[in-house]
Ligand binder design. Structure first.
Ligand code: VGL
Ligand code: ZN
Length: 234
């Protein structure tokens, strides 16, 4: 993991030496103009009462609202499926949470959720989103699911997010939202692949936690160099 305090690149500012360092990795966690906050899928269907409710999913809202004023660049993602989407169990007359094979490989089948234009697809009503410059809608292709904010599940179809962030000079992304073990996980993994320094704000996420998926996400983060932090470190 690159510590910007120790790197000697031309783009380092002298005053970065004086950043507050208050987490175990020793990374400067005070967000600056090279940082972006990615708020993943904080939508009604992923909150209690929703079609694919993440346990305590709504608890991330106030935590995210508290940290978002620290960021100059904020991107929201919105799961946004057409009716009859290939990731819906009903489309295949299958049981929710079973798996099938689509043209790009194995796909978990979910209850119908985040259907374009439905109330379930709306952002949680308490989520403060006025300062987000960009909303990335994903999972819009009828035959391809998209967990990641960067690439759809075929790992080829791009949302354009990398180009947007690079164009703004973003070097590091902080991920928060729902669900820790699916859309946040795949977004963070793709962020690493796209050469962004990647941080997941653990207490600003909640997990679906199916078949060990939470542990699998945490192990993957450790392996590829995603830093886990608490929102109080920012
Ligand atoms: C998600 C399953 C299906 C998520 C989205 O936001 O984590 N999970 N679609
Ligand atoms: Zn979905």
């Amino acid at each position: 993991m690159v510590n910007r305090n120790q790197s000697s690149g031309d783009d380092d500012f002298p005053y970065s030496l004086y950043c507050i360092v208050d987490n175990e990795e020793g990374l400067p966690m005070t967000p600056d103009q090279q940082d972006a906050l990615l708020i993943i899928d904080v939508q009604n269907d992923f909150c209690p009462g929703g079609a694919l409710a993440v346990p305590a999913g709504d608890e991330v809202v106030s935590i995210i609202n508290n940290i978002s004023p620290k960021f100059q660049t904020i991107v929201l993602t919105q799961d946004w499926h057409p009716a009859g989407h290939a990731s819906f169990a009903t489309t295949h007359n299958a049981d929710p949470f079973s798996t099938t094979t689509l043209h790009y490989g194995e796909q978990t089948l979910w209850p119908d959720h985040c259907v374009q234009g439905s109330d379930g697809a709306n952002f949680h009503s308490q989520l403060k989103s006025d300062s987000a410059a960009l909303v990335i809608r994903k999972g819009m292709h009828p035959g391809i699911d998209s967990y990641s904010a960067f690439f759809e599940n075929d790992q080829t179809t791009s949302t354009g997010l990398s180009g947007y962030l690079r164009h703004l000079g973003i070097k590091r992304v902080f991920c928060a939202g729902l669900a820790f073990d699916y859309c946040v996980r795949f977004t963070a993994e793709d962020a690493v692949k796209e050469n962004f320094e990647t941080v997941v704000i653990e207490d600003a996420c909640r997990a679906i936690d199916m078949d060990g998926s939470t542990n699998a996400a945490t192990e993957s983060f450790a392996k590829i160099g995603v830093t886990l932090v608490q929102s109080t470190s920012l």
